[in-house]
Ligand binder design. Structure first.
Ligand code: SF4
Length: 573
């Protein structure tokens, strides 16, 4: 059964009304890789009547009211990525194409989509049932945050959208808990993984610096040190086992930030992936044109969640958490077998992964009960000795997947961490050998991001020599198995702390040591809720409190990228 998106589908199911309407800035791709599809499937499975409205027109209320007014709540998401990231480049120019829109033209998702859709609902629906935000945009803008596109500190999204709550992080537990509480008429405000607004601050809450202080309207002149302090407290309270209730004063009211929900355990992920996803674009959206994002995820396997990397420029730890949980071999093999029966399957599993490819099947034992360490990082500056790195579970999984009848290739397409492979003294080398022999579709992705120690340190990335050691082994094994395949390197220009001289050094490194053209160079974008964005806005090193160089001039940011890309292109000519 398709997730209902039209009134005809609702009628066909014999429903007189819906309990929950989910509104999304993306087309509906019914796979476990799409947040709105997962939330809809989980709620349907829990017995709720759910409908989804994708990319509603915002100059009329016709689309938003298409399924009627929900009995329990509206759920609003901007889509798989923040709407400003989806709609604008790192230098602020509009993006013309969009893989999540039918037909591929970027003309359906408004900037600040969560706010626009919430306002649309408020206009169309009075009285309005509970209005709840979720997804990456709301999750990472859940407290006061720096907004690059307006170059200002903005209030928590809840306040600007005039919503009742945010379900942050991976939302399965939160949305079902919320629906149950609303159905039963019980209190929903104390659910883990939720933010809401209140008139008073609860007695036991830890106070974050107030919005007025951050925005320079009260007390400290420009609020920069208070901002860094806010982010430090926020980041330190993202472990479900240890997090405290947080509160932040926003004008005369308070944002209340409950501790995060526990991540889904492996058996719960298995159960989630047994739900009847169709692995296609919903017919309502498909009839309007091709949705290109489907190609990337249609036959890929999500093996695990969470990341212990904590790179400064990445918000995955704030959204999915630092604890990695993974699905069983049985569940992944069963899903791959289902793929082989899908009419569109051509025998290729395009990826077996999570946020980082080689974090499957091992985790530090203290995290579940005591939470991840607050005073040290699992991978930076080196891999923590308490992390029992072991690639054997993934090796066995890949072997099982490629033995399935009807599967011709199983690729590992997501980026992987060479430092973890090197830390695995028992299976690290066979992991490289098996990757080279069976699982590289021409290119394997690595994300060293930079070469210079001062920049890598602010990025919280390991030293670059590890990448070179991995490269030597990768090339050697590729030769041994008789394959011509390559490494693709991802780099970031204009990260906080990075100067033009650092980019010149990176260029020399790329020319002399890699002897390759790094085509994947991004200009750093200060997206909400990352350490790098906190550094970008405050100009402060979070550890020492010292000032850090930050390139904020658009022309100079572009020049940093050009220093790497153009010179190398000239050299190639
Ligand atoms: S002991 Fe090491 S691996 Fe475990 S949570 Fe702490 S830093 Fe991470």
């Amino acid at each position: 059964m398709d997730i209902p998106c039209t009134i005809a589908e609702i009628k066909c199911l014999g429903w007189s009304e819906v309990d929950i309407v989910l509104v999304s800035g993306d087309a509906l791709i019914d796979t476990p890789h799409s947040g709105v599809a997962v939330v809809a499937r989980v709620l349907l499975n829990a017995g709720y009547r759910v409908g989804v409205i994708c990319q509603p027109r915002t100059n009329t209320t016709d689309d938003i009211l298409r399924l009627g007014i929900p009995r329990l709540f509206w759920g609003v998401t901007a889509g798989c990525v923040d709407s400003l990231v989806a709609n604008r480049t790192a230098t602020g120019k509009p993006r013309r194409s969009d893989d999540f829109t039918p037909g591929g033209e970027n003309n359906r998702r408004p900037d600040r989509a969560s706010i626009v859709y919430a306002n649309l609902i408020r206009r169309a629906c009075r009285p309005c049932p509970l209005l709840v935000l979720g997804g990456v945009e709301a999750s990472l803008r859940r407290i006061a945050h720096f907004d690059y596109w307006s170059n200002s500190v903005r209030r928590p999204l809840l306040f600007d959208a005039k919503a009742d709550a945010i379900v942050y992080g991976m939302a399965e537990r939160g949305v079902v808990g919320l629906a149950d509480a609303l159905r039963d008429g019980s209190e929903w405000r104390n659910l883990p993984g939720l933010c809401y607004a209140a008139a008073e601050v609860p007695a036991k809450a830890v106070e974050l610096p107030a919005y007025d202080v951050l925005s320079g309207r009260e007390g400290e002149r420009d609020g920069k040190r208070a901002f860094m302090e806010m982010f430090r407290i926020f980041a330190a309270n993202q472990e479900p086992a240890t997090a405290q209730l947080l509160a932040q004063r926003i004008d005369t009211r308070w944002l209340i930030h409950n501790p995060p929900a526990q991540p889904l355990e492996g058996f719960e992920l298995d159960k989630l992936h047994r739900l009847p996803f169709t692995h296609t674009v919903h017919p309502h959206d498909a009839s309007q044109g091709e949705v290109r994002a489907l190609t990337t995820v249609q036959f890929s396997l999500a093996a695990h969640r969470g990341c212990y990397g904590e790179c400064s420029f990445c918000a995955i730890a704030m959204h999915q958490g630092r604890r990695v949980t993974w699905r069983s071999h049985k569940s992944l093999v069963a899903e791959a077998q289902r793929y082989t029966r899908h009419p569109a399957f051509k025998g290729v599993i395009s990826d077996v992964s999570g946020p980082t490819a080689n974090m499957y099947g091992y985790e530090c034992s203290r995290k579940k009960s005591a939470g991840a360490c607050s005073d040290k990082s699992c991978l930076y500056p080196t891999v923590c000795e308490a992390l029992p790195v072991d690639h054997r579970p993934q090796l066995e999984l890949l072997q099982k997947l490629r033995s399935i009848d009807g599967v011709r290739h199983v690729f590992v397409a997501s980026g992987l961490r060479p430092d973890l492979i090197e830390a695995d003294k028992v299976h690290g080398d066979s992991y490289i050998e098996q990757l080279c022999r069976h699982h590289v579709s021409g290119q394997l992705k690595l994300a060293p991001e930079h070469s210079e120690p001062s920049v890598l340190s602010l990025m919280r990335k390991p030293e670059i020599e590890g990448v070179l050691r991995f490269r030597r082994k990768f090339e050697e094994k590729s030769r041994t198995v008789g394959k011509r395949q390559y490494l693709t390197y991802y780099f970031i220009a204009a990260h906080p702390g990075c100067t033009e001289s650092d980019m010149i050094e990176l260029r020399k490194f790329a020319q002399k040591r890699l002897q390759l053209n790094p085509e994947q160079v991004q200009i750093f974008t200060p997206t909400p809720s990352t350490w790098a964005t906190a550094i970008w806005w405050t100009g402060l090193d979070p550890e020492s409190g010292n000032e850090v160089f930050v390139e904020r001039r658009e022309g100079a940011r572009q020049r940093q990228k050009d220093l790497l890309v153009e010179r190398l292109q000239q050299r190639r000519k």
